[in-house]
Design a protein around this ligand. Sequence first.
Ligand code: BTN
Length: 267
Amino acid sequence: MTANDILSGLRNRTIGQQIQIYDQVGSTNDLALQCGIDGAQEGTLILAESQTQGRGRHGRRWQAPSKSSILASIILRHRLRASQVGLPNLIGAVSIATAINELTKLSTQIKWPNDVLIQGKKVSGVLTELEYDRGRQPFFVMGFGLNVNMTKTDLPEELRASATSLQIEIDRETSRVSLLQAILHRLEEDYLHLKHDETDPIIAVANGLLYRSDDWLTIETAEGSFRGHAEAIDQDGGLLLRDRNGKRRKFLVGEGLQTGRETSKNQ
Ligand code: BTN
């Protein structure tokens, strides 16, 4: 995968206009946060063929053999309102889920707030982090990992029941360049919607893709744990859960740690 491969055929005006691609880094998110602090241009895309310190949410690790995956981080300079902080994760997940479906015809779902699932197994995760640059202007980094050309044995053993890759699902390899281009096209569109405060269509798509497991979800918060069924994603990108008494509660991204059957140590 080279920057020229990706740029040829990319119609975007913002996302991916600057591309840095590395054989190995600690974490593309860490690198993107540093570049963002140092003033890198909006839309700068940082890619790596492998990571030694790939990070997931809640301190988990993200692991993938070299050249098997898409490991990407994008610097975005839109000033998010407090109520919007959950939206980048969702936009990332919607873009990835839609692009996978376009290219492979696999049916995809979103497990709020940041996972993309195929047949209930995680194929991709998004990690959005907020920072300030040297001019004290806020920006955020949207990072994602997507398991593309990985076999079952490439997955850590403890994840084989809960994670998957495109190759495992369709039994052939997928072009990472074509897939990344499709994701970047969709991301650019949705990011422009976010900037113009036109997020209803994105939320509608996210709700159409929402993974509503029959299992109870448990969300641990500072005030205790809450068990319920995922009902819908609201306008802010928050999750509405309904408990066994029919009581509804809204969770924002970062408010709680989701636990339950699907929790895993890595990925
Ligand atoms: C999650 O599911 O918990 C989010 C995983 C995000 C992993 C990606 S891989 C590229 C980027 N760099 C990182 O260190 N993390 C994200």
